[in-house]
Design a protein around this ligand. Structure first.
Ligand SMILES: [Fe+2]
Ligand SMILES: [Fe+2]
Length: 190
């Protein structure tokens, strides 16, 4: 994170990196006390991250593919797998292990988006004259209706499967509902 904070960053990069920073701050607030999660901060983070993922999945990635004459962004598969893993991690009641797992995934994920040749720089380069209308479209993205947390076995099974598909794994570090969760940093080919 933080590769694109100079003034040379394009408008799409600035807009989306600002949203990353806002979400980072909310996640940090939620986890400020290592034992008791700040629920209010976490719920803001949860709704904000789901909205951010929606902006990338429904607006940015399709626009980029269109501007690339139908060719998907090279890291699109990796980014979508991470989005699925992150959304699944937002389903159960949060625990310190869930928050740590989200932070680990986001750290690498945001580098792929913010870094050189990342999603945002590529978008700025190709969107050029269209950047302003794309930002207006992103800015008008709807708030996401967030479902209540659920720790039922079906949700935890989905979480386990979605993390597995994205190359992350469940560990025995700490109980989450009836199961356990952790994360590996293994690289997954894109
Ligand atoms: Fe993303
Ligand atoms: Fe992002």
């Amino acid at each position: 994170m933080g590769q694109q904070e100079d003034s040379k960053a394009g408008p799409l990069t600035r807009f989306l990196v600002d949203d990353h920073r806002r979400l980072d701050a909310l996640l940090q607030s939620a986890a400020a006390d290592p034992i008791t999660i700040d629920q209010a901060a976490y719920e803001q983070f949860r709704a904000g991250l789901l909205k951010h993922i929606g902006m990338e999945e429904k607006i940015l990635l399709p626009a980029l593919q269109r501007l690339r004459n139908g060719a998907p962004f090279p890291h699109a598969v990796r980014l979508r797998l991470d989005h699925g893993a992150l959304a699944a991690l937002l389903m159960p009641t949060p625990t310190p292990v869930i928050l740590a797992t989200i932070r680990t995934i986001l750290s690498a994920h945001n580098r792929l988006e913010e870094g050189p040749d990342g999603l945002y720089e590529a978008s700025d380069q190709i969107a050029s004259a269209e950047a302003d209308s794309l930002i207006a479209h992103l800015g008008a993205a709807p708030e996401v209706t967030v479902a209540p947390h659920s720790d039922n076995p079906a949700v935890l099974k989905t979480l386990r499967a979605t993390l597995g598909r994205a190359g992350y794994h469940l560990s025995d570090d700490e109980a989450v509902g009836e199961t356990t969760i952790g994360v590996s940093n293994q690289e997954v080919p894109t």
